[in-house]
Ligand binder design. Structure first.
Ligand SMILES: [Zn+2]
Length: 337
């Protein structure tokens, strides 16, 4: 496992955590938008809590036996639960194994720590199984749940965790951080807007060359509107471009079109006032405006719901390709003149 990285926008959260190091709740839910490094902070906390000689500021020493085990990914008192396959569910057997892990006494450190990321990937059986650990926490156990969709977690799980809220950092801080990177992202400001201000998401989008990819997504939407291509062919391409990323973008796109259509309707009524509008695709405003003018607003609201639902279902057992096909069939129906 690579060493967790420290990010400047975690400073205040980190200070708060280390100040209560000795009286941390046994279950923490680290929640907030994607791309803020929540899992990195959870790993940093786990490493520090397991360290045998932590520094005065609460940071792990990086040199003790525990830190070395942690860095090599073989710490016997730490477990990280992920879906077996990216985008799929965390299953009940994985959570049941946690019971056995916590049942044994700590090996090297003074406590045992489990991290579940993304926690919303737990299916219902897995979440129910976790309740047992949450209700009767073994002494010295710490459970770190990481989630960018905490509303998808059962209330029974959420209510038993202490929340740690992550917020999008100020733009200036992120841009300064980008500027200090050895491999600075080109068009950093635009990528930051596309990522809703989340630094690590912006970086991932920049590394993937998402602006070019977005161009192809927009072209595909145009082709579906004119009948120049079929939803099935587009869906097959979108699957290769990573379904989650495509659907997240499509959600922002639908929200932009809705905002622009509502603004246009308000103009027709009041006859003035441009108003500042915060868009997910600010640089593509003219193209989106043209779409907003010809699409039916109530159908667009319906489409937004469908995309949102499809994105949630991605983590379930349904086939990604079918979900994409369904979404694109709806788009082609609603956007055909
Ligand atoms: Zn150490």
């Amino acid at each position: 496992m690579p060493l967790p990285i420290e990010y400047p926008w975690h400073d205040a959260l980190w200070r708060g955590l280390t100040a209560r190091r000795e009286r941390l709740p046994h279950a923490l839910l680290l929640q907030g938008p994607r791309g803020l490094g929540k899992a990195a902070l959870a790993a940093r906390l786990a490493r520090a809590l397991l360290c045998l000689q932590p520094a005065a500021d609460g940071e792990a020493c990086g040199a003790c036996k525990s830190c070395r085990l942690f860095a090599s990914g073989t710490h016997p008192d730490f477990v990280k639960l992920l879906p077996a396959e990216e985008g799929k569910a965390i299953l009940v057997d994985q959570i049941r194994a946690l019971g056995g892990f916590f049942y044994l006494r700590p090996h090297t450190a003074a406590r045992k720590i489990a991290m579940i990321t993304p926690a919303e990937a737990m299916n219902l059986n897995a979440a129910n199984s976790l309740l047992k650990v949450l209700e009767e926490p073994p002494l010295g156990s710490v459970l770190l749940l990481v989630s960018s969709q905490p509303a998808s977690l059962p209330v029974t799980v959420r209510s038993r965790c202490s929340r740690l809220d992550f917020a999008v950092p100020p733009r200036e801080l992120t841009l300064r951080w980008f500027a200090g990177l050895a491999d600075k992202p080109a068009q950093a400001e635009l990528y930051l807007e596309l990522a809703g201000g989340a630094p690590l998401l912006a970086l991932a989008l920049a590394e993937a060359g998402f602006l070019e990819q977005r161009e192809r997504l927009l072209e595909d939407l145009d082709k579906l509107s004119t009948g120049a291509d079929t939803p099935l062919a587009c869906a097959a391409r979108w699957k290769q471009w990573e379904a989650e990323r495509c659907l997240s973008w499509l959600l922002g796109f639908a929200a932009d079109v809705i905002k622009l259509a509502m603004l246009a309707a308000a103009h027709r009524k009041s006859g003035g006032g441009a108003g500042g509008l915060s868009l997910a695709n600010p640089d593509a405003r003219d193209r989106l405006q043209a779409m907003a003018e010809r699409l039916n607003l109530s159908q667009m609201f319906g489409f937004f719901d469908i995309v949102s639902q499809a994105r949630k279902l991605l983590s379930g057992p349904l086939d990604e390709l079918l979900l994409l096909e369904d979404v694109l069939i709806r788009w082609s129906r609603l956007s055909r003149p």
